[in-house]
Design a protein around this ligand. Structure first.
Ligand code: MSP
Length: 513
């Protein structure tokens, strides 16, 4: 079985500082990367910044700064955000790096060699904000301004000499590919829009611009820069050292397991990117998953709409794991979602502080008093103990399958259910009444500690920092986490010391509102 897993986030435009929408893509990708890692996979996790194109050039001009200097600054804030969000990315790519330029120019030459590129003239609509070309039927008028129907962003008319990619030639091959690879475009609900776009007839795609210079030069014609989306999409292979296809990274990790993206950039990933790859005779990624948006009110949060929420503010007030937990649990993955402070505080108080934090506190405090702060010895499981311990075992394969379908909500709902069951088990078993029956008392404590260990392992991809802290109860840390050991009921070594841990999640006092 292939135990390599390659996940990517979109590379972000460093035209302005990161917002919650960006944080969302990255946190979700990190969830999958961490899950796969504890499930025994070798994981490569790439994120980065998309630094060329007119959008960035104009943003730099507005500030009167050289575009590279401009990108240096903002790219740094994205890199810092990766650290603050506790992402476990194995690389961070900038499209202004030499390794990337080399890779894009090589890909261009491959397309040229295979007769997929020709020189002509483009005239049509272009949105600088989306860095996208639109057909006449994709635009409309709003307040006497032409805008894209799908994104709402302003479009401008351009006419210039341009190189074209023979996208039309790949129409049927793309449709066949979608047909034969049912999960390539996920979730299912987004597949139809892509298929009908392709079926409606693909026109050749303009892939160079001549009227500005901030980009990678077209090999052999330095008057043109390569279209920023052809440039940007290539990051997924330049991050693996393409064109050196004998490189270990490339050999191990291409094709990617999942490109995780927002639904607004599905066309680029599910139509253009596979067509470029087919034309260059490069294998296609296994899946492109288009998640929903984080909304502000009922609009997409974006810089151009001026309605952004800074993830750093939320993290400062509530903590990073609290934000991660909220986004993973409360946004139905694949659909749009909202950030509500009320719901975030509910999550913190009831799930994290009450359900998980309290369970850890109660059980360890009880063990400290009644089992001399050690993992109890002399235990004998009864049916009730085995029943709750088996709740984990029975479902492991199922959980793996659901994760492979990106069904994050299934995963976290299962954990929340188990947390309730775990607290109920401890209450119902009433170990405080078993002081005359050491074996029973020890067994209840042991079972509860095992449950805490298992749940903590499962929560790790969601709230890694807090779990690392919690595992200190057992003198374990994140490197000890192994998903398959969740099925073991006597993992904890009897007689080993256990440590008291401080408060994991502070409850939010809501009387101050
Ligand atoms: N640079 C391109 C991606 C190139 S990938 C080869 C780009 N950048 S972006 O910065 O505009 O957006 C990056 C990602 O953030 C996209 O997947 C987009 O969907 C996501 N989000 C931007 N705003 C968002 C929300 N409000 N909510 C959720 N995600 C959204 O597009």
């Amino acid at each position: 079985m292939d135990k390599n897993y390659y996940i990517t986030t979109p590379i972000y435009y460093p035209s302005a500082k990161p917002h919650m929408g960006h944080a969302y893509s990255s946190i979700i990708a990190d969830f999958f990367a961490r899950f796969k890692r504890i499930d025994g996979f070798k994981v490569h996790f790439l994120t980065g910044t998309d630094e060329h194109g007119l959008k960035i050039q104009r943003a730099a001009e507005k500030k009167n700064i050289d575009p590279l200097k401009f990108c240096d600054e903002i790219s740094k804030t994205f890199r810092n955000l990766s650290t603050i969000l506790n992402l476990s990315n194995t690389d961070f790519i900038r499209t202004t790096e030499e390794r990337h330029k080399k890779s894009v120019q090589h890909l261009w030459k491959e397309l040229e060699k295979n007769d997929d590129i020709y020189l002509s003239k483009y005239s049509g609509w272009y949105s600088v904000s989306d860095e996208a070309f639109y057909n006449d039927d994709e635009i409309t008028d709003k307040d006497k301004i032409k805008i894209s129907i799908s994104s709402g962003s302003k479009v401008e008319w351009i006419e210039e000499e341009s190189y074209f990619f023979r996208l039309s030639k790949w129409q049927n091959k793309l449709l066949n590919y979608y047909e034969n690879n049912k999960d390539f475009i996920s979730p299912k609900s987004r597949k139809n829009e892509v298929i009908s776009f392709v079926k409606s007839g693909l026109k050749d795609l303009s892939i160079s611009r001549r009227t500005f210079s901030w980009g990678i030069k077209v090999p052999g014609n330095s008057e043109h820069v390569i279209y920023v989306w052809l440039d940007a999409l290539t990051n997924y292979i330049s991050g693996l050292n393409y064109p050196n296809i004998d490189d270990e990274l490339y050999k191990n990790f291409w094709p990617a397991s999942v490109h995780l993206i927002g639904k607004d950039i599905l066309r680029f990933h599910a139509v253009y990117w596979p067509a470029f790859l087919m034309a260059a005779k490069i294998p296609l990624p296994t899946k492109v998953y288009g998640h929903g948006w984080i909304l502000s009110g009922d609009e997409k949060m974006s810089k151009s709409k001026g309605n952004i929420l800074d993830p750093l503010d939320i993290i400062k007030t509530y903590g990073v794991d609290q934000l991660r937990y909220y986004l993973i649990k409360e946004v139905s993955f694949g659909n749009d979602g909202n950030i509500s402070k009320n719901k975030l505080e509910d999550c913190i108080n009831s799930d994290l502080a009450n359900n998980y934090g309290n369970l850890c506190q109660r059980v360890t405090a009880f063990a400290e008093k009644n089992c001399s702060s050690t993992i109890p010895k002399n235990i004998k499981f009864n049916d009730n103990d085995i029943k709750i311990l088996n709740r984990f075992t029975d479902n492991l394969e199922n959980l793996r399958n659901e994760i492979d379908k990106q069904n994050i909500n299934y995963y976290i709902d299962f954990i929340v259910k188990l947390l309730f069951e775990a607290n109920k088990y401890f209450n119902d078993q009433e170990p405080w009444k078993k002081k005359d029956d050491t074996q029973r008392l020890n067994t209840i404590v042991y079972t509860s500690l095992e449950i805490i260990r298992k749940i903590s392992f499962m929560l790790y991809p969601i709230i890694p920092h807090s779990i690392n802290k919690a595992l200190n109860i057992f003198n374990l840390n994140e490197n000890d986490i192994d998903f398959s050991s969740i099925g073991i009921h006597d993992y904890l070594k009897q007689g080993d010391p256990i440590n008291k841990i401080g408060i994991l999640f502070k409850k939010i006092d809501r009387n101050n509102d």
